[in-house]
Design a protein around this ligand. Structure first.
Ligand code: SAH
Length: 213
């Protein structure tokens, strides 16, 4: 299959699974997922499935990345926080939609590898951090949008506190190893509104730093 055909199929799979937002589709067309999948799984980068990356983590399924990004409704002036950098793929997509992206992972190695790719791609509006993202990034707060790509039991309090009024947070919630629910939290003048979007399955949000290196 030619790379043009693969790209067509990739975009078709996204649309058929409900990713219809034009800006999101354009961003996903621009960011080559193959850059973020190393080793033997690289040739499967254009299939709509999660794949293994370093540190025992996974790069999410493209259609789920698309649906989450669409639910986040990112505006060009937005400052976005992503918790769970992983491969960096989701952050790269956000960087095409937002003014600034802060992305944090508890694994130093994943952050380093993702940062190298951002540099290669010239994505200068992404700032990376190795930290426990469940506490957010107090120095950079408040955020217009917050996206978690690891599942928490409940929306972490520090992240709710760092979400600007008018802001949106999208995250999977539920016990690890069980079916989780993707939810959208909107911070309104009168408090937080919660909306359930769909069932998903993510790795758990863990406390503290990864213990490699
Ligand atoms: N968004 C990624 C996929 C992330 S997989 C991508 O596009 O490839 C989930 C990631 O969340 C893993 O890399 C894991 O290390 C990270 N993670 C889990 N708990 C965390 C925490 N408390 N703080 C920061 N990152 C965390």
């Amino acid at each position: 299959m030619s790379s043009a055909e693969r790209k067509m199929q990739f975009l078709y799979a996204l649309r058929s699974r409900g990713v219809t937002d034009k800006r999101v589709l354009t961003a996903m067309e621009t960011v080559d997922r193959g850059m973020f999948v190393r080793g033997m799984f690289n040739e499967r980068a254009y299939e709509d499935m999660p794949l293994p990356i370093s540190c025992g983590q996974t790069i999410s399924q493209p259609s789920i990345v698309g649906l989450m990004t669409q639910a986040l409704n990112v505006k060009p002036r937005d400052k976005v926080l992503e918790v769970g950098t992983g491969s960096g793929y989701q952050a790269a997509i956000l960087s095409h939609l937002a003014r600034r992206v802060y992305t944090v992972d508890r694994h130093r190695r994943l952050v380093r590898e993702a940062r190298e790719i951002f540099e290669q791609l010239g994505l200068v509006n992404i700032t990376t951090f190795t930290a426990d993202g469940s506490r957010g990034l107090a120095e950079q707060a408040p955020f217009d949008r917050i996206l978690l790509t690891a599942a928490a039991e409940d929306p972490p309090g520090p992240l709710l506190a760092q979400l600007r009024v008018g802001g949106i947070m999208v995250l999977p919630v539920g016990q690890s190893d069980a079916v989780q629910t993707l939810i959208k939290v909107t911070h309104t003048e009168s408090g937080f509104e919660y909306e359930e979007l769909r069932e998903v399955r993510f790795v758990p949000l863990l406390e503290g730093l990864g213990n490699e290196e």
